[in-house]
Design a protein around this ligand. Structure first.
Ligand code: UGA
Length: 428
């Protein structure tokens, strides 16, 4: 059986919208992506992606040349013949901590009167519970169904995640509409869970909250291992054989960040408290994360203060919240940098790809070797592969000091010790 081709409009070309549009076109659908940002649409149409996402540029080019993928700034043009309209709009934190859905409201108001009968609106944005019902009321068109279809894409591997999903979650009141949305993903051969809208919306928040809690647990376990003299990597390996715990998301690090976990955990805490069932575990996971970032900062500070230099040079390797993305939103590395420059005058940073907010002032260099040259302390904050490949002799010959804080557990301590360098990781 092959995939039936459907006409789809994707509203919003952020990392979720653009990835979804390009992947749906790759699965054989006829997709038009629309965005109000004319510069962005021009740039994407000419092959320049607004974000770094592995495989995305190739998929967009493939979609354009097959004729399955087009771009426009006209909402009317995009949705005119669409059977499905995907909403992939920003839902930033509002003043109350919950996701602000004003962009969704605005677009849905604009969609009124533009859709042909029987169109299905599919919401992919992360939204507070009951938003699907709210959109259904707002569109006020009995033949138009609204379906929740949360995304589970990781930045850096979003294309892979879209094409090889663990599951497709569809929340609907009309099961026929739900089935039709599930069928769009036929080519991915993944299980489809059709449920009610509020459960689908909750699955998204609970999934991110659970994963954030898991990493907070791992990072606290690393601090515990430090105190008792255990090796956190061995301990997590020991846990990973248990299928109830699982093998992934057990890597200790400098704390979790990104555009999703911090925003979604806070929103869930607010919504849970408002609903009368506070999720105190998630509040604790957030606190533990902040304390862990403090802990890493203290470790770097202590190493710098105990170096012999009067103005120690601290080199931070990595600014993005994880590797294989250019995104620095809510990155622990930014927070650590901010705190260090309040105490030290000589902090240099290197990241191969990071897009840094203009408000943040850095002494940023363009090469790894320039970054480590004359450093008294080197701290690895992102797991970029080039940091994992650092050669002990090269580092030893460029550093002035001898301490490396390996916040991502990339380096082999023995190899570096042989070159006269001390590698410190929490819980090793
Ligand atoms: C996360 C979820 O993993 C996706 O499923 C979800 O769709 C996405 O949020 C979203 O809501 O849109 P993402 O923010 O791209 O994806 O990043 P993750 O790969 O989940 O990493 C989040 C943070 O946890 C990073 O700072 C990362 O370094 C950290 N992390 C992750 C660890 O410290 N250790 C681990 O073992 C895994």
């Amino acid at each position: 059986m092959s995939q039936t081709q459907h006409k789809i409009a994707v509203v919003g070309t952020g990392y979720v919208g653009l990835t979804s549009g390009a992947c749906l076109a790759h699965l054989g659908h006829l997709v038009t992506c629309v965005d109000v940002d004319e510069t962005k649409i021009k740039s994407i149409s000419s092959g320049v992606m607004p974000i770094y996402e592995e495989g995305l540029a190739e998929l967009v080019a493939g979609g354009q040349s097959s004729g399955n993928l087009g771009f426009t700034t006209s909402l009317e043009e995009a949705v005119r013949d669409a059977e499905f309209v995907f909403l992939c709009l920003p839902t930033p934190p509002g003043a109350d901590g919950m996701a602000d859905i004003s962009a969704i409201r605005l677009v849905v108001m604009q969609l009124r009167g533009l859709l042909r009968p029987g169109t299905i609106i599919v919401n992919k944005s992360t939204v507070p519970v009951n938003s699907t019902y709210m959109v259904q009321e707002l569109i006020n068109e009995p033949s138009v169904d609204v379906v929740s279809n949360p995304e589970f894409l990781r930045e850096g591997s979003a294309v892979h995640d879209f094409l090889h999903p663990d599951r497709i979650v569809v929340g609907c009141t009309n099961p026929i509409a739900g089935e039709r949305v599930g069928a769009l993903y036929f080519g991915t051969r993944s299980p489809v869970l059709v449920t009610d809208p509020v459960s689908a919306e909750s699955i998204k928040y609970m999934a991110n909250a659970f994963l954030a809690m898991k990493i907070s647990f791992v990072n606290q376990a690393a601090e515990y291992c430090d105190s008792v003299g255990a090796d956190v990597i061995e301990v997590m390996k020991g846990l990973s054989f248990d299928p109830r715990i699982g093998q992934t998301f057990l890597n200790p690090g400098p704390g979790w960040g990104g555009s999703c976990f911090p925003k979604d955990t806070k929103a869930l805490v607010v919504s849970a408290t408002e609903s009368g069932s506070p999720m105190t575990l998630i509040e604790e996971a957030i606190n533990a994360n902040l304390m862990h970032i403090d802990h890493i900062t203290r470790l770097i500070t202590r190493a710098a203060e105990s170096s012999r230099a009067s103005e120690p040079r601290i080199c931070l390797l990595g600014l993005t919240f994880k590797a294989n993305t250019d995104d620095t939103r809510e990155s622990p590395a930014l927070a650590i940098h901010q705190r260090l420059v309040e105490h030290f005058t000589n902090v240099v940073v290197y990241d191969p790809l990071a897009k840094v907010p203009e408000s943040h002032i850095f002494n940023r260099v363009d090469s790894l070797v320039d970054a480590i040259r004359d450093a008294d302390v080197v701290a690895i904050l992102t797991e970029w592969s080039e940091f994992a490949e650092l050669q002990p002799d090269l580092v030893a010959s460029h550093m002035r000091g001898d301490t490396i804080i390996d916040g991502r557990y990339l380096l082999n301590k023995q190899d570096f010790a042989a070159a006269g360098l001390s590698v410190i990781s929490i819980g090793r």
